[in-house]
Write a protein that binds this ligand. Structure first.
Ligand SMILES: *[C@@H]1O[C@H](CO)[C@@H](O)[C@H](O)[C@H]1NC(C)=O
Ligand SMILES: *[C@@H]1O[C@H](CO)[C@@H](O)[C@H](O)[C@H]1NC(C)=O
Length: 259
């Protein structure tokens, strides 16, 4: 596929890899892990303008170019295309005059990355949080299942929240009778079909937590006692020294007097 975007002096050509298509709104559509190559050409104007230096920007930030890839024509290769490249805008412009420019935005389609089984253990009365990454383009609809049936939010105080990135299932106080079992987050899409990730949740008995606070308090008491002991000994040592000095001075005094 090849498209020309007219700009005053720039012809913006997109030589795109096999599965790439370009639509009329300046979007280049491609898929994850494919390659998108963009070529920008100066055309028209005087001879010097045709050899002018070109600059590429990705979302407004300048892209480093090799020396032989700047004058008159310049190509960018985006490979492999990642999820972060979706909605990224690439702009080619004259270095000397940014008003001469052409842009395309990438439209990268990708499926939600959901698969596998995760073993989850949670203690009785603790908080249970299950999360799934549901990022995808186009967006998908999300569903939570428990034991193959759609989760009934009215039973078991489940709270489900979703944004475009993750969906989260939360239980604030786990009860084995209600919450142990197999959960599944499932995305449904006309493009990607269904994808899902399974959580095998086991609820364990509540264990007694190591009593950290009394332990700390105990340590402080011991430390203080030890300090006091040292301090009182120090007082005695200080007293002895004081007395010795005193006696010494007295003795000196005595000698002085004796002299
Ligand atoms: C790019 O060109 C358009 C006209 O084609 C102009 O409106 C816009 O300001 C230019 N961008 C910059 C950064 O100068
Ligand atoms: C889920 O966990 C239970 C208990 O640990 C185990 O017996 C069962 O095989 C697991 N199921 C799956 C599908 O992994």
């Amino acid at each position: 596929m090849k498209l020309m975007l007219k700009a005053p002096l720039l012809h913006f050509l997109l030589f795109c890899a096999a599965q790439t298509s370009v639509n009329a709104d300046g979007f280049v559509r491609s898929e994850l892990d494919k390659t998108v190559s963009l070529t920008c050409l100066t055309q028209g104007g005087s001879g010097t303008q045709a050899k002018e230096e070109l600059v590429w920007l990705r979302n407004g930030a300048q892209v480093q170019l090799m020396d032989g890839n700047k004058h008159g024509s310049s190509s960018l290769c985006v490979t492999p295309v990642t999820r972060e490249d979706n909605t990224a805008t690439f702009t080619c412009q004259l270095k000397s005059d940014a008003s001469v420019n052409a842009s395309v935005t990438l439209d990268i389609t990708y499926a939600p990355m959901l698969s596998g089984v995760e073993e989850v253990t949670v203690e009785e009365q603790a908080v249970l949080v299950l999360q799934c990454d549901i990022q995808s383009n186009p967006h998908v609809s999300v569903l939570w299942l428990k034991e193959e049936n759609q989760l009934d939010l009215s039973v078991g105080s489940f709270v489900v929240t979703s944004n475009g990135f993750t969906t989260e299932l939360r239980v604030n106080k786990v009860d084995r009778r209600l919450h142990q079992g197999k959960y599944e987050c499932k995305t449904v899409s006309h493009v990607y079909g269904t994808r899902s990730k399974v959580f095998n949740v086991t609820v364990e008995d509540k264990t007694l937590k190591f009593p950290l606070m009394p332990m700390v308090a105990g340590l402080v008491v011991v430390a203080c006692t030890a300090l006091l002991a040292v301090a009182s000994r120090w007082k005695r040592i200080a007293k002895v020294t004081y007395m010795q000095i005193y006696i010494h001075i007295l003795t000196q005094d005595y000698h002085w007097k004796a002299f």
